[in-house]
Structures are given as structure tokens and as C-alpha cells.
Design a protein around this ligand. Sequence first.
Ligand SMILES: [Zn+2]
Length: 150
Amino acid sequence: MFTIMEQQIVHACGHEQVHVIYGFDTQVARKARWLRTTKCRACFVADKKVEQTEAAARDSTTIAHLDLPPLTGSERQVTWAETIRINRLAKLMTSPHTSAEADCDLCLRIYDAKWWIDHRDLSPADFLIQALRHLQIAGMPANGQRSVAA
Ligand SMILES: [Zn+2]
């Protein structure tokens, strides 16, 4: 029989939470059993936050030697894009697509916060292709030479 039921589950962390479980009887029983082995929503979110904070700290350490130029955009865009950029650079440092130096050098020449946000989900290969394209469109040669003498 197909059922939809509310069940009070005592989670592995000791907290109780009401869950709406639906499915056939055997599935409901299995789902309830499985839920009891997991943490409650609040603990899950808290764990995730700690993980993210630790990952961000690790990433910042990985790229501590890089000189990050300021990004342009609205305050909200810049804050978000800075997080994305740190994460992306750290990934490229630890597993570079070409070489860590070349990859990061390319990335550090993109100042547009919106660009970072728009391209946050790309694979490293696609990301670098887009980065190269962006810099070419912006009129900056990709070989590391500035088009205008400083
Ligand atoms: Zn809990």
C-alpha cells in the first residue's frame, strides 16, 4: 500500500525531527530506518558550515602567496566572486590544467566579478578556455605581456 505519513524520527545526533515519509510500506520502513542513522537537519547544516569554513581556510592558505587584484562590480558581486576566485585558484594550484603558474596568471587578470560568478560551474578546461577568450575580447594578450606599458 502506498502511504504518506509523518513520523517523529530520533536522529543519530540525538535530536528529534518530524519527517514526511512516503512510498510503499516497505520503503517507508526502510526510509525511517535510514533517517535514524543520519543527523538532523540543523546538525547537517551546522556540519556543512564548518566544512565550508575549513575548506575556505585551506584554500586561502593554498593561494596565500598570490597577489589578488581587486575585483570590479557591485559589493554583493565582489564578495561572492572573491569566494569563487579563491576556490578556483586553490583548485588550479593543487591540480593545474596547464601549469599552476600559467593557470593562475590567466585568472588573476580577470577583474570582472560578474564574469567569475557566471563561470563558476565550469570544469577547469572549459574555465580556462573562457578565461582566455574573455582576455582576448578585453584586448589583453594572453601571453603575459600587457598591451599598454605601465
Ligand atoms: Zn541534530
